[in-house]
Structures are given as C-alpha cells and as structure tokens.
Design a protein around this ligand. Structure first.
Ligand code: COI
Length: 356
C-alpha cells in the first residue's frame, strides 16, 4: 500500500513510448519512462507537485545550481514480483539520506514522509515500466536543485524537486578493476563527502579518467589527509573479505556516503552470524592481505552497481588479481539473497520492501 495524502496534479501523456522499448537491451540510464514529477519550492513553501509527461526543463541561464552547485540527488530502484506488485527497496533510507544532504547543502528539507510518497506515486503512474526480468529494475532518480536566477553566493530561495525513472539493466556488466588512489581526493573531513551532491561526482571525473586510461574501471578513494585509509569507490561503497570476516570502512567520518546497499549487506551478514568489522581500514592491511593471498573477496555495494565483484586491485606498481567469482561464497550468497528479496522470491523478513 502507498500513502495517498498529498494533492498531486496529474497530467498523463497521450503518447506513451513504452511500445518502443527494447526490454532485452536496456543500457543504464538512457531509456526514460513516460512521466516525471516536478515540485517547486518558493516563498518558503513547497508548491503543489505535478506529474507530467517526461520532457525538458526550461531554465534561466543564471540558475544558481548550474553556477554554484547547490544540487543533490538520490538513486533507488523498484522491482516487480510474480504477483505483479511493484516493490521499492528501502525508500525510508534514501529519504533520510536525502534530508541529510539537504541540511548539509542549505536546501529545504521535505516534510517527513513526503519524499517516499512522491516517489511511490510517481512510480505507480509508470508502473508498467517496471521490468520483471532478472537483473532488471526501474531506477528512480529524485533530485533537488537551486533555481534562483541570481549571480552571488548564498543559499537559493527557490528550488526544483524532480523525480524521473529509467528501466535499467546492469550498471557494470563485468567484474570491476579498481585502483587505489593516493594523490587525488574525493572528500576531506569537514567537506561534503557524506552528502549525495552533484559536485562530488564532477570532482571524481578527472582522476577516474586517468585510471581508466590505465585499464581500471574505478578508483578506490583514500582519506584526504594521509591517503592511508580506504574510503569508498567511485560509484559504490567497498567491502573486503579477509580470514572469513567482512571488513568495510565505517561511516562515522563525514567523508563517506552512507550507502543503502552497503548497510543492507552489513545487516544481512550480521543476521547470518558472519563476522563484520566496520572500522577504519588501512590501505596497508588490504595490500598486504592481497600480497599474502588472504584477500579472498572485494566487492562494491551500491544502488546502481548492486553487488559488484572486484576482479583486480591496482596499487602503485602492483596489480592484484582476486580469486575467481565461484569461490566468493559470502558475497555470492548475499547477492542472491538481495536478488531473491527484490524479486519477491523470498519472504521480506526485514520489512525492507515498500510494495503496491
Ligand atoms: C547510485 O548508485 O544510485 C548512484 O547514484 C551512483 C551512480 C553511479 C549511478
């Protein structure tokens, strides 16, 4: 059941594009569903949201988000179970993180529950776009950006909140090769690393490009001060396995994004009695474990990436090849559990799925 407490203007398209979709070939983030939701914030209040045909937004050239980067977003996914119900994975977690990003970026926070209701009602309008096939889902992209048409540095008075959705397949179609980055920095203590803000991704592009030229898909970021501690990977959080323990950087610094998938991995593993250590993780211990053949697994966890096995880790002049995927019992089991949960094949014992 979804909540239906907010008055939303609904203007449905007369020209659905759904018949044109090649459901067996869904490149990530390139196919867009029929509708989007747009809600403005002005005069200190959220205005009536509107669900309208998906299309371009018209912006003033001085729109402050473009110049000064007051822009945040979330990534979430909806799935369809065998009964035809649509299920969204842990929207409450994204709602909370979105509110935290708003606070950090001086943006107005949506009243509690509004984010999740607007997400589910937008998805409901395009529920026919939610794929049912294994490995496919409807990616949901809510975002908020500053719309003052003004040159100057101050929090905007006006904002636009938008939700659009994309039927998607895998973000990574193969195991990823990552490089431990010791020069460039994603986030520093006191900065905005914990916020899901657009600029964090822009700042990562150049170092990622350099790594890609050397054959890596992604970087593993280290702390800004000493480049001694592992933080996260470019598009996902990162988890290692050494001596049967899952080890992952703790999120109590303000430099690491609080990942919903990573949190779920930790909660599932603990529930199964698998030892999990969330703490500061040194580059040295990971590299030494890799050298000693004790690094039995490393994987990324993210909404887009899901559980993405790491094939190779680069560190300075060394390149470590990790064990074959068939040996990675724990992450394979967690991945299967999450896939089964999201397809409705197993009971939702943690009550994580919002279904309608
Ligand atoms: C997500 O996982 O939803 C993200 O926003 C990361 C991006 C690589 C798509």
């Amino acid at each position: 059941m979804i909540k239906d407490t907010i008055s939303i203007k609904i203007n449905k398209t007369q020209n659905s594009r759904i018949a044109e979709v090649d459901w067996d070939n869904l490149p990530f983030g390139k196919v867009f569903s029929d509708h989007m939701l747009v809600m403005d914030y002005k005069n200190g209040a959220w205005q009536e949201p509107e669900i309208m045909p998906f299309g371009n937004l018209s912006l003033h050239p001085a729109t402050s988000a473009i110049h000064y980067g007051q822009s945040i977003f979330e990534g979430m996914k909806a799935y369809r179970n065998d009964n035809g119900e649509v299920m969204i994975f842990r929207p409450d977690m994204n709602e909370k993180r979105f509110a935290e990003s708003c606070e950090r970026m001086c943006m107005p926070v949506l009243p509690e529950g509004m984010f999740t209701e607007l997400i589910s009602r937008t998805v409901d309008v395009d529920r026919d776009w939610v794929p049912q096939k294994d490995g496919y889902s409807l990616y949901i992209r809510p975002f908020l950006f500053a719309t003052d048409d003004f040159i100057g540095i101050k929090p905007s008075d006006n904002y636009k909140f938008v939700i659009f959705t994309c039927p998607v397949g895998a973000y990574y179609s193969q195991p990823v090769n990552v490089k431990i980055e010791e020069h460039y920095t994603r986030a520093a203590e006191g900065g905005v690393g914990r916020a899901k803000t657009a600029g964090n991704y822009a700042a990562s592009l150049y170092p990622a490009k350099l790594a890609q030229a050397k054959g890596f898909h992604q970087l593993v970021w280290t702390d800004a001060k000493e480049h001694k501690y592992i933080e996260e990977s470019g598009t996902m959080n990162i988890v290692f396995e050494i001596d049967g323990k899952l080890i992952t950087p703790s999120e109590d610094s303000d430099t690491i994004l609080r990942g919903v998938t990573k949190r779920s991995v930790v909660e599932i593993a603990k529930h199964w009695g698998i030892p999990v250590e969330e703490r500061k993780v040194t580059v040295e211990e990971i590299v030494q474990a890799a050298r000693d053949g004790k690094l039995t697994d490393a994987f990324g966890a993210g909404t887009a990436a899901t559980i993405a096995p790491v094939a190779k880790i680069g560190f300075r002049d060394e390149l470590f090849e990790l064990p074959g995927l068939e040996t990675r019992t724990t992450s394979n089991k967690i991945k299967k559990y999450l896939t089964d949960l999201k397809s409705g094949a197993i009971e939702d014992e943690f009550n994580w799925m919002l279904r309608f």
